[in-house]
Design a protein around this ligand. Structure first.
Ligand code: ATP
Ligand code: MG
Length: 342
């Protein structure tokens, strides 16, 4: 979607990361990521559960030290200049962190006091931020009576009290309904435009990354597998794709063998009973595919043509859809829990 870009013309970087690693015992959660975020840019980390998004955010926000590698945030080294980094950033963590027994305004006030803001400054900033996230009329209500979306908005307001240069948002819309999610995204766009704020956001919602981000890094198993503007990532796939659903995995493998022989088909990827076929001319490819299926007596359950989406980009670089990647991670976690209980 076209929107007014707010990225600094001269390449000044709000975040510079080189070969950042986080290791827990034998396990590398983040395996040497490198990227740069320009001032004023909205930069997204898109990846499934367990990809290493939160671990990266925690390193960049100085919550945990990296095992190796270097990073600068707002011009300061995250390891050597933690206090300077902290004074320049706002953070909205993945896990909710508001005090349920305080009102919205009290939560903000408490946070502003921790930042050492004087009374006048606190009052002015709290008023401005509550207005910005449209919670002025809810300021004196206890958090326990807020909806999920209201809590997230208040957390965003809280992250902005110290007028940060860079705002980190770790899955700010997770668990919210589609309409509330869209609202939150529009606040973020608004903030980015109004305050020229650099935003680093993590998400596992593909549409969200596409809608919001100037550039997206796709992260999988602790590694950045692709990084560019959503448009370039999509056009980089060079062509449309056809998704074919077969009755089972062996039918898909059989059809894949014949499809690969068809001219003008650039690539075929298989995931269980589904084939993703990348082509330049979908209409003529479709006819050839259907002919091959008919001749080989392979039943096709469903077939769809579509323009490349970020989901296709994800599949292209990781070999699977983001939801399947999440299912794999959940299986891994369940296996870990089972082995611990034995
Ligand atoms: N303190 C820790 N000790 C051991 N392993 C950890 C620790 N913290 C995270 N991990 C592991 O590191 C990997 C990356 O975790 P991380 O929380 O960064 O993923 P994520 O991309 O944020 O996932 P999600 O979408 O679920 O939030 C996971 O496999 C996780 O189990
Ligand atoms: Mg996370």
């Amino acid at each position: 979607m076209a929107r007014i870009r707010n990225v600094a013309k001269k390449s000044r970087y709000a975040i510079e990361v080189s070969n950042l690693v986080k290791q827990y015992g034998d396990f590398k959660a983040v395996k040497g990521v490198s990227f740069k975020v320009k001032e004023g840019e909205i930069f997204g980390f898109l990846g499934p559960n367990g990809a290493g998004k939160t671990t990266t955010v925690h390193m960049l926000t100085t919550i945990i030290p990296p095992t190796s590698g270097v990073a600068k945030v707002a011009g300061h080294n995250i390891y050597e200049r933690r206090e300077d980094v902290r004074s320049k950033i706002g953070v909205v963590f993945q896990d909710p962190s508001l005090d349920d027994k305080l009102t919205g305004a009290e939560n903000l006030n408490f946070h502003a006091m921790i930042y050492g803001m004087d009374r006048e400054n606190r009052r002015a900033m709290i008023k401005e931020m509550l207005e910005m996230v449209e919670l002025t009329d809810k300021a004196d209500i206890l958090i326990e009576n807020y909806s999920g979306g209201m809590k997230r908005r208040l957390e965003i307001a809280r992250g902005l009290l110290n007028k940060p240069k860079v705002l980190f948002l770790d899955e700010p819309t997770i668990g919210l309904d589609a309409q509330t999610r869209r609202h939150i995204l529009d606040y973020i766009l608004n903030l980015n435009k109004r305050y020229k704020l650099t935003v680093f956001i993590t998400t596992h919602y593909i549409e969200e990354a596409d809608y919001l981000c100037d550039r997206v890094a796709i992260i999988d198993h602790g590694t950045i597998v692709a990084c560019d503007t959503p448009e370039k990532l999509k056009s980089g796939l060079n062509g449309d794709s056809i998704t074919i659903t077969l009755a089972d995995k062996s039918s898909a493998s059989a059809l894949s063998k014949y499809i690969r022989k068809i001219k003008k088909i650039r690539d075929v990827k298989q995931n269980e009973a589904v084939l993703y076929v990348y082509v330049n001319d979908p209409a003529s490819a479709l006819a050839s595919i259907m002919r091959a299926a008919y001749e080989e007596r392979i039943e096709v359950l469903n077939i769809e043509i579509h323009k490349p989406s970020l989901e296709d980009v994800f599949i292209h670089y990781t070999g699977k859809g983001i939801r399947e990647a999440e299912a794999e991670q959940n299986d891994r976690m369940r296996a870990m829990v089972r082995s611990r209980m034995r």
